[in-house]
Design a protein around this ligand. Structure first.
Ligand code: WTA
Length: 631
């Protein structure tokens, strides 16, 4: 077992993983259950992009999350479900029950003709059936692709078309505070252009009125009547796809990152265990939605692979009031709490009495994920939630990395405000300068790359390996480029400074500026637009759109509303522009490229030094933009 209990052990494992990665990861993997052992721990490299882990082995994710624990801890709680409605008592599901539920759902899928290798898309609220559903998919070797319930019909359709999902699982509606999100209605809209979907399963949650299409839509509770609760897991090859998850990049449409069975499983298991350091009786709560990678790796797979107890919460942090998180922590005696800086900042902005009402004395470890955490939020979290006694693991990772890459290990390595600190054993971060040369000085700032493969890395972009190569390995050949910038201090601690590409991080949601521009440009009156991120007190980054729209001069407010509606339709409410400035031109270089650097400066509210503008084709628009700036 490769559990790291103290700092010396951490240093030893770093050395071991460096000297002999195959032996290291082989030993980690042996904790898990394999139907057939591997012939080779790893092969492939970042030049040929043919990375494989545990080749020759067969295993199954659901067996490792569930069956493996039944003898030793079948009666232990696997999942505690907290509904949106605070009056509803938490639901506890133990490992035996979860196993049964997963088998039954897998049987429902099988009865509908779903086979190994088929893609099942999930568009649901945060209900246990979502977790059960993805585990059931893995049980029969189907590939899951979860789409966050805040995405629009058009986004959902685009993702379904890209992965050619056969089955869609949804809810009638989702609870969000006192609102009901019409999930099924969005599916109906999306499915007008998704011929690959033959069947829709609807899980009843909100009991709102929906329409059911005959021979296509079925209620889950009806399908369950003919399902079995005993269903053997399908042996999967280690490199068989486990899931596809779409995420935004600098250009083009969102990419479907594909993770494979064996490597992702080993990585989720190992990183959860060592970063969070849970004891058997501890209770872990990750507040992420399963629609994001954090909800995959650390709400579902990490805790279950380790036989721990995981909490799933349906609702909003501020419903019925800003004390809901702290209330749940006290009520369930949560020991490990993992959330995003944007949530911390939003709750920090509320009256402290929402926190001081609660004891929070069960807490042992706090975590942060999804975006850089500013020092002020770190200190507030540390003092008011952790009461100064809980370490904060500031975990840096990405959809592409499958699991945590750089982070303190709770109670093992040092936590430094706003720093992700040290890499996990087996992870080789480096900083490179703009020409791609490795910066060898310890104290440095540069672009963050990873030198060699690890088990959890996404293997490809679904259906487009060339895009995978180009996006992640095109900038600096032979290494994985994260898209993030970082600083390293004299002791080797990393501090992530944020994206250096055209990806922005809005409330922990990753969005491409190009994607938002495309959505804005669907408005018939828009000639051209440019979107940049700007510092936002709560969201981390806000969305600032500069739009050329001659018609807007007559009724700017109306056009603004129409643009927000357009973004809502194409992407969803999470991409709503915060600021829209109408301009007559955008600063362009002589080759016709928008000089975003200038727009970013305007967004930062710092126009005192706009840098060299001599290469601009149209320097006069800069004055106009600065005059009309909204920050
Ligand atoms: C950012 C979320 C600073 C980063 C797990 C990365 C962070 C992107 C941190 C990935 C952190 C994530 N400190 N920045 N602890 N964690 N990020 O794919 O810019 O949704 O590239 O995965 O979030 O976002 P994604």
């Amino acid at each position: 077992m490769k559990t790291i209990h103290n700092f010396d052990e951490y240093l030893r494992q770093v050395e071991e993983a460096k000297a002999n990665p195959t032996q290291y990861w082989g030993e980690v993997a042996r904790d898990l259950e394999w139907f057939k052992p591997w012939d080779q721990v790893s092969s492939g490299n970042f030049s040929e992009l043919n990375i494989k882990w545990f080749e020759g082995a067969t295993t199954n994710m659901s067996t490792n999350c569930l069956d493996r624990h039944l003898k030793t801890r079948g009666h232990q709680t696997a999942l505690i479900y907290v509904a949106n409605d605070p009056k509803q008592a938490p639901l506890k599901i133990n490992y035996l029950e979860l196993h049964q539920k997963v088998c039954r759902m897998a049987s429902v899928f099988t009865n509908l003709g779903i086979k190994k290798g088929d893609v099942i898309c999930f568009y649901m609220g945060m209900v246990p059936e979502l977790m059960i559903g993805i585990l059931a998919a893995t049980r029969i070797g189907a590939i899951h692709s979860v789409v966050f319930g805040g995405f629009s019909a058009q986004s959902l359709a685009g993702r379904i078309q890209d992965c050619e999902a056969k089955l869609l699982v949804t809810n009638d509606g989702g609870h969000r505070g006192d609102k009901i999100i019409p999930l099924k209605q969005v599916c109906d809209e999306a499915l007008k252009e998704c011929p690959s979907i033959k069947t829709v399963i609807v899980h009843r949650r909100t009991k709102n009125n929906i329409s059911m299409t005959e021979d296509r839509d079925f209620w889950l509770h009806d399908l369950e009547t003919t399902a079995t609760t005993v269903l053997p897991a399908t042996p999967m090859k280690s490199e068989d796809p486990l899931f596809i998850l779409y995420t935004s990049g600098s250009t083009g449409r969102p990419k479907g990152l594909m993770h494979t069975t064996g490597g992702y499983m080993v990585y989720a298991y190992h990183t959860f265990r060592n970063v969070f350091q849970m004891k058997a009786e501890d209770i872990f709560w990750c507040t992420a939605d399963i629609g994001w990678v954090t909800g995959h790796t650390y709400l579902t797979y990490g805790p279950l692979l380790n036989g721990n107890t995981t909490v799933m919460y349906e609702g909003l942090p501020v419903y019925p009031d800003a004390g809901r998180f702290w209330n749940i922590i006290d009520q369930l005696k949560v020991t490990h709490f993992y959330t995003a800086p944007t949530a911390i900042r939003a709750l920090q902005a509320m009256d402290l009495s929402f926190v001081s009402k609660y004891k929070l004395d069960s807490l042992k470890v706090l975590g942060s994920v999804g975006e850089p955490i500013n020092e002020e939020a770190w200190e507030w979290y540390h003092r008011n939630i952790g009461k100064g006694r809980c370490p904060i693991v500031d975990t840096w990772w990405q959809t592409e990395t499958g699991g945590i890459m750089i982070s303190p290990l709770a109670h093992v390595t040092e936590c430094i405000p706003a720093h992700a600190t040290y890499p996990l054993p087996g992870i080789s971060p480096i900083l490179v300068d703009s020409s791609g040369k490795e910066i060898t000085e310890i104290e440095a700032e540069g672009n963050l790359c990873i030198k060699s493969p690890w088990p959890g890395i996404a293997r490809t972009v679904w259906g487009d390996h060339e895009r995978y190569r180009h996006t992640y390995f095109g900038s600096y050949p032979g290494m994985y480029f994260t898209g993030d910038g970082a600083r390293r201090d004299s002791r080797g601690n990393y501090r992530i400074t944020g994206r250096v590409d055209d990806v922005i991080n809005v409330s922990g949601h990753r969005l491409g500026t190009a994607e938002i521009e495309d959505a804005i440009n669907t408005h018939p009156d828009i000639v051209e637009s440019a979107v940049v991120g700007y510092p936002h007190k709560i969201k981390g980054q806000g969305i600032y759109a500069f739009c050329i729209c001659p018609h807007a001069l007559e009724s700017p407010e109306q056009v603004r509303q129409e643009l927000i509606a357009a973004v809502n339709k194409v992407i969803g409410p999470i991409a709503k522009p915060d600021l829209i400035q109408f301009v007559t031109g955008l600063p362009k270089t002589r080759s016709g490229k928008i000089m975003r650097r200038i727009l970013r400066k305007v967004g930062e509210g710092d126009v005192s030094n706009l840098g060299d503008t001599s290469t601009l084709l149209n320097p006069e628009v800069v004055d106009e933009i600065v005059k009309g700036k909204l920050r």
